[in-house]
Design a protein around this ligand. Structure first.
Ligand code: SF4
Ligand code: SF4
Length: 385
């Protein structure tokens, strides 16, 4: 009998650290994922390529073709050395689809990262995985993998991710488990699949996967082009559904905080357990504080949702990464909270820190703006109309 489902909240919709820590602690027999301070670099996300063999309707990167000037394997090995020197703890390998590189250096990248003592997680759509290459990934030292599925059956998933992608992902999940790679699942919630979250939890149980992450789709890339952001009403329904299910699958929610009915209580008790919710990242934006992102051409940014020239910090291959970390990320580190209304007078400001700069920039053209997802801000905007 399961008394209470473990649900973890991470407000940042982009950070992989929530699911990495929950899966790691689950595999290592820990009760709670470790608390990591925001004072040093916890994780770096590496987009190894923008190439992808799928064309998911909500992809924030609009992945498909490789970027011009994508780095080669030796370049990435050199960058990993630099990350080790910066005492980075976790690297998250992302695409596009990183397994497109499995015969072009992916295994060397993983084994080098492991030799350097880094913890290595990877995201994949699973469509190219077979027993042989899963074993190669295991032998290279891959610590964990997250497989993306956006529906509990082919009918829901394949409309979003492409015909045949459901069955291939299921095969990959089973193969990863057989060869002994820790696996979690991710589900990007859009209007089309919001009604199936309970079925997805049940599928995750049947697959004997310990962790499932629900990511609220953000208005970037193809999700924006296709108008796939989730309304507050649907987001609240998803939270309500997940709060009532009893499961031994640990659930991670990325980007749902502003649709909680007891938002203020969550803030007030942010270090405690509250209504089965555990807070992983309560001070919101880790960009340039405890994480950064390297794009497939080596360019460094604070956040994958803001990989544009305004937020370019330098190149991880050509430039001094230590100097970038020491002096860069001013858009994020220098965000002028006191000038952002109504955040400057909000009782939750010291915990929320005006929330997500990527959403603020996209909505209002400046990171020194409020987050349009915040209900307080939405109300103000509605009143001023
Ligand atoms: S700007 Fe910060 S909070 Fe927003 S998605 Fe990026 S890292 Fe997360
Ligand atoms: S008003 Fe600003 S500080 Fe307050 S909850 Fe909303 S985004 Fe956070």
């Amino acid at each position: 009998m399961i008394d209470e489902t473990e649900i973890y909240l991470d407000e940042c919709p982009a950070s992989p650290l929530g699911h990495i820590l929950v899966l790691r602690s689950s595999m290592e027999g820990g009760n709670e994922p470790p608390y990591l301070s925001m004072d040093s670099i916890n994780d770096v996300t590496i987009h190894l390529t923008h190439a992808c063999n799928l064309k998911c309707r909500h992809c924030y990167l609009s992945a498909g073709k490789p970027l011009s000037g994508e780095l080669n394997v030796d370049d990435w090995l050199h960058i990993l050395d630099k990350l080790r020197d910066l005492e980075v703890k976790y690297v998250y390998l992302l695409g596009g689809e990183p397994t497109l590189l499995i015969k072009r250096g992916l295994l060397r990248i993983i084994s080098h990262a492991k030799d350097l003592g880094l913890y290595v997680s990877m995201s994949t759509n699973g469509t190219l995985i077979n027993r042989e290459n899963a074993l190669q990934l295991k032998r290279a030292g891959l610590d964990q993998v997250q497989v993306s599925l956006d529906g509990p059956n082919p009918a829901v998933n394949d409309v979003i991710r492409g015909f045949g992608s459901f069955n291939k992902a299921i095969r990959a999940i089973n193969v990863f488990r057989e060869v002994g790679i820790a696996v979690s699942l991710s589900y990007t919630v859009i209007p089309d699949n919001a009604y199936y979250v309970i079925d997805m939890v049940k599928l995750t149980e049947r697959l004997r996967v310990p962790v499932l992450t629900f990511i609220r789709a953000q208005e970037f890339g193809r999700a924006r082009e296709n108008g796939l952001s989730l309304s507050d009403e649907l987001a609240r329904m998803v939270i309500k559904d997940l709060m009532r299910i009893r499961t031994n699958v640990k659930l991670v929610l990325n980007g749902f905080r502003f649709s909680l009915s007891d938002l203020y209580e969550v803030y007030r008790k942010s270090r405690e357990r509250l209504n089965a919710l555990k807070i992983i990242n309560y001070s919101t934006c880790p960009a340039g504080r405890s994480r950064f992102v390297i794009d497939s051409d080596g360019n460094v940014y604070g956040c994958e949702l803001l990989m544009s020239k305004e937020f370019y910090e330098g190149n991880a291959l050509r430039d001094d990464l230590r100097a970038i970390w020491r002096d860069g990320f001013r858009s994020f580190r220098g965000r002028r909270y006191a000038e952002i209304r109504p955040c400057s007078t909000c009782p939750m400001a010291d915990l929320c820190n005006a929330s997500c700069p990527a959403r603020a920039f996209t909505a209002f053209g400046s990171v020194n703006s409020p987050d349009p997802y915040c209900p307080i801000i939405k109300e103000l905007i509605n009143k001023s109309r």
